[in-house]
Design a protein around this ligand. Structure first.
Ligand SMILES: *[C@@H]1O[C@H](CO)[C@@H](O)[C@H](O)[C@H]1NC(C)=O
Ligand SMILES: *[C@@H]1O[C@H](CO)[C@@H](O)[C@H](O)[C@H]1NC(C)=O
Ligand SMILES: *[C@@H]1O[C@H](CO)[C@@H](O)[C@H](O)[C@H]1NC(C)=O
Ligand SMILES: *[C@@H]1O[C@H](CO)[C@@H](O)[C@H](O)[C@H]1NC(C)=O
Ligand SMILES: *[C@@H]1O[C@H](CO)[C@@H](O)[C@H](O)[C@H]1NC(C)=O
Ligand SMILES: *[C@@H]1O[C@H](CO)[C@@H](O)[C@H](O)[C@H]1NC(C)=O
Ligand SMILES: *[C@@H]1O[C@H](CO)[C@@H](O)[C@H](O)[C@H]1NC(C)=O
Length: 355
């Protein structure tokens, strides 16, 4: 190498401006011009002039293949290139067989590199690309696309599989599903169904948690069934009841929910005293004397329909009043008959809407 560099080696050792001067004055006559191009190839480095001993390296353009020859040229001390003999040519590999359940694409128009992919639900076994090499052969063998499988699904703590049907090789196929159940009194968080995904794993595996509820609150004028222990577990229930005469509003049964709360808080609604002695009303669809209503009380939600005389005393309007949690008000339009001989309003004809 030193020999081919000739005087240049000496110049470098002098260094500095003096060296630069020597370079331009003594080497000027010996430089090489740009090297000749080779079809289908490029070279590096690219410069305007090359000094004796400089080397350029040729490479085939993308998509072209080296068919042989030397790929480097040297600038001789005489200022002449010792040329490269590189030969570049298009691909010469036979197209690969079609990929079953997959697809072959090419990186360039010369089809020198093939890329392999599989359709959804299949996994590529083998190389994902292959290059056409100098001997006209694909350097990697054709891969295959195999149906995707998921291993047996994970079973989270306190859970069990309720609907799991693996194939004979104990694996599941793409988009197969499995269902989970939590053990008794464990609450599920997440979706009960997991799916075998395109990544070969299971999506949405739920969790099962131990859930408990505190003792449910007492209700006024009522009672509830207690369990002997103070704690209740998920889905355990209590049953509410009311003192006689009181009406339960809301569900009778309340259950411990996943959030640790109770599903229902019913209430006991009070009965009402009917405070006007003399009246004939409609009660449960029958004309009833108020005095005959048992104990003079009606239950929450019950309705009494009063007969209100109209201003001329010729007919009666029907007016409802409801018992609402112990509160009952006789309709303002109702007047107790003042005289023994007054016509009892319930005996009058019912007023038509127009009057
Ligand atoms: C294969 O890939 C090409 C290019 O992306 C596309 O046009 C073609 O539809 C694909 N074929 C299949 C079967 O996926
Ligand atoms: C092909 O495989 C290589 C190495 O296994 C990987 O780095 C590359 O991302 C893959 N290419 C594609 C398109 O999957
Ligand atoms: C095939 O060619 C590619 C691209 O040149 C290279 O990355 C890969 O390692 C080669 N494979 C083999 C088996 O030589
Ligand atoms: C081209 O690839 C084939 C198959 O991998 C291999 O047998 C052959 O040696 C390769 N040729 C060159 C020049 O790398
Ligand atoms: C499949 O898995 C179950 C449970 O893990 C095991 O009992 C059974 O032997 C397995 N069957 C095969 C064919 O591997
Ligand atoms: C569980 O997931 C499936 C699919 O993603 C969905 O159809 C279903 O409605 C989900 N069920 C619940 C309870 O969220
Ligand atoms: C499934 O695998 C993919 C890719 O490895 C990953 O990104 C994803 O988080 C995994 N999903 C689950 C539920 O493990």
């Amino acid at each position: 190498m030193l020999r081919s560099l000739g005087g240049l080696w000496a110049l470098h050792s002098l260094g500095g401006l003096w060296g630069l001067f020597l370079l331009s004055s003594t080497a000027a006559t010996k430089v090489c011009p740009r090297p000749v191009g080779i079809p289908g190839a490029q070279y590096k480095p690219e410069k305007l002039v090359y000094e004796p001993g400089n080397v350029v390296v040729y490479s085939c353009l993308p998509g072209l293949l080296r068919q042989g020859g030397y790929n480097w040229a040297t600038c001789s001390s005489a200022g002449v290139w010792i040329p490269a003999t590189l030969l570049c040519a298009r691909r010469q590999c036979a197209p690969p067989d079609p990929l079953e359940n997959g697809n072959i694409t090419y990186a360039d128009k010369f089809q020198s590199v093939a890329h392999f992919s599989c359709k959804e639900g299949f996994v590529l076994i083998g190389a994902n690309s292959s290059a056409c090499n100098e001997s006209g052969k694909w350097n990697e063998s054709l891969p295959t696309c195999q149906p995707l499988t998921c291993p047996p699904p994970p079973v989270p703590a306190f859970a069990q599989l309720s609907d799991y049907r693996p194939n004979e090789r104990n694996v599941s196929g793409y988009q197969d599903t499995v269902r989970y159940e939590c053990q008794a009194h464990y609450a599920m968080f997440g979706n009960d169904t997991a799916t075998c995904t395109a990544s070969g794993n299971w999506s949405h595996v739920p969790e099962c948690h131990d859930v408990s509820c505190d003792r449910p609150p007492d209700i006024q004028n009522g009672f509830l069934s207690f369990s002997p222990h103070g704690k209740y577990r998920y889905q355990e229930t209590v049953t509410y009841g009311c003192k006689p005469g009181y009406v339960l509003e809301g569900p009778r049964v309340s259950s411990c929910e996943r959030n640790g709360d109770w599903s229902a808080r019913p209430q006991c609604r009070a009965p009402c005293r009917v405070n006007i002695k003399k009246a004939t009303v409609l009660y449960n669809g029958r004309k009833t004397n108020v005095e005959d209503i048992a104990h003079g009380t009606i239950q929450h939600g019950d309705t009494l329909t009063y007969f209100c005389k109209d201003s001329k005393g010729k007919c009666a309007h029907l007016t409802d009043s409801h018992c609402q949690d112990g509160v009952f008000t006789v309709p303002a339009c109702y007047k107790e008959p003042k005289w023994l001989w007054s016509t009892e309003p319930s005996k009058l004809p019912v007023c038509s809407d127009a009057s």
